[in-house]
Design a protein around this ligand. Structure first.
Ligand code: GAR
Length: 196
């Protein structure tokens, strides 16, 4: 059984989808939900499920990114995870942090990478007049949102879409894609999963 540490910054709907899928014959169990934001709604949810949780507020560290990451790594490493799952974790990680978990850290991103790495993905897809959008699960490497792609799910962009309506349509697919990719990855499969 693999131990999965999940990193969030907000409501954690992807984290909930991942945890909901873990159980039975699933190759993973959650060992930690950690957040950089004390207000992250997902932390209270994890506690209520009896999952170990940790908050390392990034703000007192100011520009000391290394100090923040050292504190975060201490919390993560204390739970001896096999896998690190970024699920709406909104801090950019340094190469040192990424190197520590290389090959066992995944991220979900709300665009069809390599299109639109970084922020404001939905607005950028709408501005470009794209007819489809989606989400990507990829391995985390030192290049932002550019690690090997493990899976994608696509949705149509509809007339009248706003950032909010497009984001909501993609989020539904994120909740399908991330658990499906995690199952495969944890079993050693590295092929790409494409959901319609
Ligand atoms: C999700 O849409 C996820 O893809 C995105 O943040 C949202 C988190 O929602 N992640 C990124 O933009 C990473 N750069 P959640 O907290 O409900 O899972």
């Amino acid at each position: 059984m693999k131990r999965a540490a999940i990193l969030i910054s907000g409501g954690g709907s992807n984290m909930k989808a991942l945890v909901a899928d873990m159980g039975g014959d699933h190759p993973c169990r959650p060992c930690l939900v950690a957040s950089n934001d004390p207000a992250a709604g997902g932390i209270a949810w994890a506690k209520a499920q009896g999952i170990a949780s940790a908050v390392v507020d990034h703000r007192p560290f100011g520009r000391d990114r290394a100090g923040f990451e050292t504190a975060l790594r201490a919390q993560i490493d204390a739970t001896a995870p096999d896998l690190i799952l970024l699920a709406g974790f909104m801090r950019i990680l340094t190469p040192d942090f990424i190197r520590a978990y290389e090959g066992r850290m995944l991220n979900i991103h709300p665009s069809l990478l390599p299109k639109y790495p970084g922020l404001h993905t939905h607005a950028r897809a709408l501005e470009a007049g794209d007819t489809e959008a989606g989400c990507t699960v990829h391995e985390v490497t030192a290049d932002l949102d550019a690690g090997p792609i493990l899976g994608q799910a696509r949705v149509p962009v509809l007339a009248g879409d706003t950032e909010a309506t497009l984001a909501a349509r993609i989020l539904v697919q994120e909740h399908r894609l991330y658990p499906a990719v995690l199952r495969r990855f944890a079993q050693g499969e590295r092929g790409r999963l494409d959901l319609g």
